[in-house]
Design a protein around this ligand. Structure first.
Ligand code: GTP
Ligand code: MG
Length: 613
């Protein structure tokens, strides 16, 4: 029998250290005319359903510069907001529409480990036997991979039917059928000449040095914030890969729960993701429950026999324990599986080696999905929101206020809530309160989860755009000033009502959970971390104020604005050093503190600056 060159990818066991966060080198054909400079046009510029791959292959004689970009929103991720500064109107798709679209796209896709000498032309021709290809891209992540999205799901089935489990030599394969495949060359003819090699492009966040250069040569602080967002936001390919990874994990989980869905949530879907961020996902068994609660006719009610355990939490732990074991022993490409079942929210953490994502798998996390929807709405309503959140997250990371290790640090989620709250305080407000989003909801938007009212308006067209025209530069400065002077000792941050409220407990930082209102999303933050945040916010507010009107010319490559704020460690600036000798900073900060203490006591009634409870 002739061996098919495609085989299912067995659970390869490379060291955990090789599974990196973030995706390595990526390229995707329809994007090559876009602005990312490192993307070079691959050989096949347009692969769309309208034509067969064979027809497209004939077109490769055309100069690659004549490529159409097709989906203009492509490189921006999540199908949500347009790039900052763009004149496009924000997409008004609802969160659920985007999730459905992405999920369906992922189901038509396969992930293939390829030899890096593969000829793109032959590769596409080979796959197009199974049906037209909608789009594809290659990337590197300790191996060379292709994501291929067919136009129809049937094509995936056809491909899988022609794929076989590898026959191994000294090792034994645990057979598993999934859409994660391995393309094996059958002979030298499958390798490409240099000019037709499948190409990948670097898709990691920019290096500090590159970022430094980009920020220094920007024209304004607004331009710097937009540049930062453009460089760090999830790209179209990265977003596709995230949804595809969830879809592949769903195939694995389906071995136990055939009707399950694995849904991504958190920064992968809420428009605030940065390249390299983790992939949060949860096992949704609602469909299984829904099917089993459909009313049956007749005099009897039939129920499945199930195992009963004392609580929901124990049920969650048992399900995750089983899945963790299965991912560890059978899941192709899943390595470093850790079961963290005693956490407040039990989870299984693992690295998906081929995508390079660190994954956190939980169950029954519908409220977290709703929080993601809420952030999606805020991120989509006004183009300034994502740019501001991105720069605040980068600022916090650069100053070690946040960390990838769990601890008493502020989290990105809390920082995002703080930015949203701040934008609700502007005059006129840039973002509506959660109560306003609820008031605009109609009957269909009603949503109660575990007894919590999670109703939100889903149709973004119903929300009037803000009339506020403040610049990003002003907003960033004022954000630092606002939180440098916030009465954390007395007040809580509450985006539901959009105003400061008395703290219900003595946690140093209190940010009310938007849907489970008795909870504090920043309960983990201790006093000293909060104090660091406040000190650095004041310092940064002061620094940006000093910068006003004292800006080097873009060509001078002198660090200024965000570059000086974020990247001083890369290229220490004489200018910054000269302006900020440590003793001088101290005395100036003291004067800022006492001035603002006076003014907050005298004028606005805000509390004194101390963060002591
Ligand atoms: P990254 O740091 O980029 O991963 O941001 P993230 O928003 O994905 O944060 P994280 O991975 O820590 O958490 C994933 C999601 O879980 C968040 O987006 C929230 O929806 C939710 N979440 C995280 N922390 C809390 C919390 O303390 N309370 C509640 N209610 N939800 C949380
Ligand atoms: Mg996350």
């Amino acid at each position: 029998m002739r061996r098919s060159p495609l085989t299912f990818w067995p659970g390869a066991r490379l060291p955990l250290t090789m599974a990196v966060r973030g995706v390595g080198l990526l390229t995707r054909s329809p994007l090559c005319a876009q602005t990312r400079t490192r993307i070079r046009c691959p050989t096949f510029p347009r692969l769309r359903c309208a034509g067969t791959v064979a027809a497209e292959l004939r077109r490769d004689e055309q100069p690659s510069g004549s490529v159409e970009t097709g989906d203009g929103a492509a490189s921006r991720g999540c199908g949500a907001a347009p790039a900052p500064g763009s004149k496009d109107k924000p997409s008004k798709k609802t969160f659920s529409e985007v999730q459905e679209e992405r999920r369906e796209q992922a189901q038509r896709s396969v992930l293939i480990h390829c030899p890096n000498t593969v000829s793109e032309k032959k590769f596409l021709k080979y796959l197009s036997q199974h049906g037209p290809i909608h789009t594809h891209f290659f990337y590197e992540s300790f191996g060379f991979y292709a994501v291929v999205e067919f136009c129809q799901k049937d094509s995936v089935d056809s491909l899988l039917n022609r794929t076989q489990t590898p026959a191994t030599g000294t090792e034994a394969a645990i057979p598993f059928r999934s859409r994660f495949l391995y393309l094996k060359p059958k002979g030298p003819s499958s390798h490409a000449a240099k000019q037709s090699l499948a190409r990948s492009s670097n898709h990691l966040p920019p290096s500090k040095r590159k970022l430094f250069e980009l920020l220094c040569s920007a024209e304004s602080v607004d331009d710097q914030l937009n540049t930062l967002l453009k460089e760090f936001q999830l790209t179209e390919e990265n977003t596709r890969l995230r949804y595809l990874t969830c879809s592949l994990i769903e195939d694995i989980a389906a071995a136990y729960f055939p009707e399950c869905t694995i849904r991504p949530f958190g920064s992968s879907v809420n428009t605030f993701g940065k390249l390299g961020c983790d992939l949060d996902m949860f096992l949704d068994l609602d469909e299984t429950r829904r099917l089993s609660t459909q009313k049956s006719r007749g005099n009897f009610l039939m129920e499945f026999q199930v195992k009963n355990v004392p609580s929901e939490r124990i049920a969650t732990q048992k399900i995750l324990s089983v899945l963790g074991e299965f991912l560890d022993h059978v899941g192709p490409g899943c390595v470093g599986v850790q079961k963290i079942l005693n956490a407040r929210c039990p989870l299984v953490r693992f690295s998906h080696q081929a995508s390079g994502f660190q994954c956190d798998l939980t169950t029954n996390n519908r409220i977290a999905l709703k929080s993601s929807e809420l952030l999606y709405i805020y991120g989509t309503l006004d183009t300034r929101v994502r740019a501001l959140v991105c720069s605040v997250r980068c600022w916090a990371r650069a100053l070690s206020l946040t960390s990838s290790i769990p601890g008493a640090w502020i989290t990105n989620f809390s920082l995002t809530m703080m930015v949203i709250f701040f934008l609700q305080q502007r005059s006129p407000p840039i973002l509506p309160t959660l109560d306003t989003l609820r008031a605009s909801a109609d009957e269909e938007d009603k949503c109660i989860i575990e007894g919590n009212n999670c109703t939100l308006v889903r149709d973004l067209n119903k929300i009037k755009p803000s009339e506020n025209t403040e610049t990003l530069e002003l907003l960033l400065k004022e954000f630092f000033e606002y939180f440098g002077n916030f009465a954390f000792n007395k007040n809580s941050i509450n985006i539901r009502q959009g105003r400061e409220q008395n703290k219900p407990d003595s946690s140093p930082l209190h940010i009310q959970n938007p849907f489970e209102t008795s909870l504090n999303v920043s309960k983990n933050v201790n006093q000293s971390q909060l104090q660091r945040f406040v000190d650095l916010a004041r310092e940064s507010a002061w620094f940006l104020q000093q910068e006003d009107g004292d800006r080097p010319s873009p060509s001078s490559r002198q660090p200024w604005g965000l570059a000086a704020l974020l990247l001083q460690t890369v290229a220490p600036s004489k200018r910054v050093q000269k302006k900020l000798p440590s003793e001088r900073i101290k005395s100036l900060l003291e004067s800022v503190k006492s001035n603002s203490t006076q003014s907050s006591t005298n004028t606005s009634g805000k509390q004194a600056l101390s963060t002591q409870p």
